[in-house]
Design a binder for this molecule. Structure first.
Ligand code: S3P
Length: 168
């Protein structure tokens, strides 16, 4: 599968939808899959189970999705914090949508559906996560100031076997 990772506001969902459309494959967003499986919003899961509870659910949902489906998957921005998620990514094509901090902050505002913004400082979180994003990624695509169409074109160029290899 092609796996899109990156900080909140990097555009994983919009890029993922366009990329999957162009490739003619399925798209799944891990946050949507979590909410469907739980029958609860992300904000409610954080409120009821805490971040640790959310991460455990998130890791279980993502490892199942990676094992069972082909296509494009967009991961929540904190998913790589969990070791089992990092390990499950080894056999997949991981693309980092590399957004500058200022642009990410502009895009996410103070979205109440993003509970991590209430738990800590977004800039600190952003810096702390960069190493994990870069370690996991086979391809890094800059996204600041660019359209989803331009970004998808970069991804396809960087992953020439994508059209035939998304199921691998
Ligand atoms: C999170 C990012 C969110 C969502 C949850 C936690 C994070 O996904 O999984 O609110 O820790 O950065 P997006 O990156 O799609 O906003």
């Amino acid at each position: 599968m092609i796996v899109l990772t990156g900080f909140m506001g990097s555009g994983k969902t919009s890029v993922g939808k366009l990329l999957s459309h162009q490739l003619g494959v399925d798209f799944v967003d891990s946050d949507d899959a979590i909410q469907a499986a739980q029958g609860r919003s992300i904000a409610t899961i954080f409120a009821e189970d805490g971040e640790a509870g959310f991460r455990a659910i998130e890791a279980a949902v993502i490892t199942e999705l990676l094992a069972g489906r082909s296509g494009v998957i967009a991961l929540g921005g904190g998913a790589l914090a969990t070791a089992s998620v990092r390990a499950a990514l080894k056999d997949h094509q991981v693309v980092l949508l590399d957004v500058e901090l200022a642009e990410a902050l502009r895009r996410i505002g103070d979205d109440p559906e993003r509970p991590m913004l209430k738990l800590g400082d977004a800039a600190t979180l952003y810096r702390a996560r960069q190493a994990a994003y870069r370690d996991a990624a086979e391809v890094v695509v800059p996204v600041t100031g660019r359209t989803p169409r331009e970004i998808v074109s970069d991804v396809l160029q960087a992953l020439p076997k994508a059209a035939g290899g998304v199921g691998e």
